[in-house]
Structure formats: C-alpha cells, structure tokens
Design a protein around this ligand. Structure first.
Ligand SMILES: *Cc1c(COP(=O)(O)O)cnc(C)c1O
Length: 224
C-alpha cells in the first residue's frame, strides 16, 4: 500500500468508529489505541505519519524496544498485556501513558511498592474478565467494584482511571454484547472512572454501542 492508499484505508476505519460513536451520541468521544504487537517500528512510523499517536503493546520487552527506537516521535504508549511481577520495574522505566491490564490485588500491591520506591504514579485500568473465561486474566465481575475501591484506598500511587475488558470469545454476537454490557455496568458505577476500554478489530462497533470510549485496534489499523 502506498502512503495515500494507507491514508484512505485509515480514513475508512475512522469513519466506522465515527458512525458507531454517533449512534450513541454526538458527545460520545472514542479514542483509538493502535495495537502494534504484530507490527514493526517502521510500520508504526507509517501510521504515525497519518496522524495516529497512541499505541499499545502486550509485552514489556517489545514495548521497550519500540519505544526506544521511536523515542523522537511524540507517541503515547499503552501497556495492554499481562504484567509479570518481575517485569514491573522494566515497565516503569518506560513510564507508559496507561497500564490497561491491572488484573489482581497482588499485582496492585507489588506495583504500589515499586511506584512508591521510584516516587512515581501510574494511570491504570482494572481488567475485568467479564465473560468468566478461564483463558483470560482479570477480575471477575462480582469482585471488580470492591477490588477497584480497595486499590483506590490502599494504593495511592496507582491512579485508577477505569476499566478494560476483552469481549467474550464467541461467534454469538449476543454473548459478546452481554460481556460488554457487564463491563459497562460496572464502569458506570465506579467513582471518578473516565475510561472504558473495550473493543478490538472484530468487535469494536458493538463495544462502542455498549459504551466503550477506548478501542484497541491491532490487525485493523495495521491492515493485517
Ligand atoms: C492483541 C490485542 C488487541 C488487538 O487485537 P486485534 O484483534 O488485532 O485488533 C486488543 N487488546 C488486547 C488486550 C490485545 O492483546
């Protein structure tokens, strides 16, 4: 694809996001995070030239190497993967814009300790396993609200901004929709939460219709 063809292609993706958000309300703003985990720093540069600023990675090592290679560009980095405790310091060294996958109280406590030691704060989202799937990380819906409040109270260096969830792994649109509704219902009742991150390349329109205001698009943004 030439740069012009790619720009036309991305315009079409943005139009799809626009159509979905306008079906909710003209005031409903949705942010696109381009998930670059299957893409190179060259490909990120191409997308940056078209205007995309926010990128997401799910491995600390990959985030680090791409952020280093592209450090002259004013990019925003989101960490969207499972964070192992022994990688916390590596992640903090990069100082990401948002850690979207805070998935246990133990991780929150460990993260709090490391943040305090470095005299830093970090914006985070609580990950919710809204479809109760064995294969996924995150808090179960029934414990999410109390855990969110517990982290707010006991981890002053963690700035909880809202929630993140991956739609149910299903062919049935009704089941996926229900998983998004479950997450949105929790989000809506949390104190001061402003980010509801749900929706990927295959289900972002449905996620937006269910209230998502941040979509994480990988294969779609990089045309893979
Ligand atoms: C890979 C990934 C995405 C993007 O997936 P696509 O289907 O390529 O859009 C979004 N969120 C998370 C947590 C991911 O791991």
């Amino acid at each position: 694809m030439t740069e012009i063809e790619y720009k036309i292609y991305i315009d079409d993706v943005i139009r799809r996001v626009e159509t979905a958000r306008l079906s909710v309300s003209g005031h409903h703003i949705v942010k696109i995070v381009a998930v670059s985990k299957y893409s190179t720093s060259r490909e990120i540069e191409k997308l940056y030239k078209i205007g995309q600023r926010a990128y997401g990675e799910n491995k600390v090592q990959d985030l680090k190497s791409k952020a280093n290679k592209l450090e002259e560009l004013p990019l925003e980095w989101h960490f969207i993967g499972n964070l192992q405790k022994n990688k916390i310091n590596n992640l903090l060294d990069i100082n990401p814009t948002l850690f979207q996958a805070l998935d246990s109280l133990e991780l929150a406590q460990e993260l709090q300790k490391k943040l305090l030691a470095k005299d830093m704060t970090l914006d985070c989202l609580l990950q919710i396993n809204s479809a109760h799937e064995e294969s996924k990380h995150g808090f179960m819906p029934q414990e999410a609200t109390s855990s969110y409040k517990e982290i707010l109270e006991s981890c002053p260096n963690i700035n909880l901004k809202g929630v993140m969830s991956i739609g149910a792994h299903s062919e049935d649109k009704a089941i996926i929709k229900k998983s998004f509704e479950t997450t949105y219902e929790i989000y809506k009742n949390l104190p001061n939460a402003t980010i509801c991150s749900m929706g990927m390349s295959g289900d972002f329109e449905l996620a937006i219709e269910c209230g998502s205001n941040m979509v994480r698009l990988g294969s779609l943004m990089f045309n893979k």
